[in-house]
Design a protein around this ligand. Structure first.
Ligand code: CP
Length: 314
């Protein structure tokens, strides 16, 4: 692949290749010397048109640890504020010869469109409610390390599925790896056409969590609710917030995940999030750096192979 735009085009073996390499980078990241040279000489540009704590910082660290020159554009102070379009912005940056472009954008499909206008590798850091592929890969690595496998697991994804690119990428990945995926949440927060996704749907946490190995909680994405159904936080926590009682329906060794940002007391009880015997939320963040190192390393290899096949100067 030239780009990483989503989980959809990836084969299970390719997912395994990314995770195996990320596992090795996870070990490297625990050493004092964290430097590799897989991206030496390359330029990475991060363009985040939406807020981010985890994804932007981990992409930046990942590039620096692998030897790239990394520039994170401040989109708040860029000429986007003067009306320059996404495509004109990307074409302008492309003229500076970046090798890797990391893009987050509020509109589904915007990153795919951009990838057609530039001649570097593009990584989707989240587009609208479409895909967030590196999140699904880091979640998969976290599950594989905690459970010792990434197949035949019962995995419940709970909360605001309708507005979540994290849910969509995770469903695609976990399905490809032959897991049983359940979606748990109010009917109003289930996406249209979900019945065709090969998942089980529950509207009751007790039923949905029964015998689960993995419980993945999602934030209410109010910024995407455009005036539609917005539940009250108290009522939502009562029915769908993960607390000790509801977690009691999952397997005793079930792990608790959350991609962040987390709203304590809305979708998850802070005590559960902080219970390190169950919660792997911090490992998810740690694996985020390793997975992004692996994804950029593999795309850089493809870039080099492509350039060797079509040299600039014959
Ligand atoms: N999980 C995630 O994408 O977090 P950020 O929005 O902070 O990057």
């Amino acid at each position: 692949h030239k780009h990483l735009l989503g989980i959809e085009p990836l084969h299970p073996e390719e997912i395994g290749t990314v995770l195996d390499l990320a596992d090795r980078y996870a070990e490297m990241n625990r050493r004092e010397n964290k430097h590799g040279d897989a991206l030496a000489g390359m330029t990475q540009v991060n363009m985040f048109f939406e807020n981010s704590t985890r994804t932007q910082s981990s992409f930046e660290l990942a590039g620096k640890r692998l030897g790239a020159d990394v520039m994170s554009m401040s989109m708040q102070t860029s000429s986007v504020k003067k009306g320059e379009t996404l495509i004109d912005t990307a074409v302008t940056l492309n003229a500076m010869h970046p090798d890797l472009l990391v893009v987050r954008h509020p509109h589904s499909g915007a990153v795919d469109l951009l990838s057609e206008k530039v001649n570097c590798a593009v990584l989707n850091a989240g587009d609208g409610r479409h895909e967030h592929p590196t999140q699904a890969l880091l979640d998969a690595l976290t599950i594989r390390r905690a459970k010792g496998r990434l197949h035949r697991l019962n995995i419940a994804i709970c909360g605001d599925i309708a507005h979540s690119r994290v849910a969509r990428s995770n469903i695609l990945l976990l399905h490809k790896m032959e897991n049983r995926v359940r979606l748990v949440g109010p009917p109003t927060l289930m996406p249209a056409g979900v019945a065709d996704w090969g998942v089980e749907i529950y509207h009751d946490m007790r039923e949905g969590l029964a015998d689960c190995d993995v419980v993945m909680m999602l934030r209410l994405q109010r910024e995407r609710m455009d005036g539609g159904f917005i539940p009250s936080e108290r009522e939502y926590f009562h029915r769908f917030g993960l607390d000790a009682e509801k977690l009691g329906y999952a397997r005793p060794d079930a792990i608790v995940m959350h991609p962040g940002p987390m709203n304590r007391g809305v979708e998850i009880d802070g005590l559960i999030a902080d219970d390190l015997t169950r919660s792997v939320i911090r490992e998810q963040v740690e694996m985020g750096v390793a997975v992004r190192m692996a994804a950029m390393d593999l795309l850089a290899r493809n870039l080099r192979a492509g350039r060797a096949a079509a040299p600039v100067l014959a």
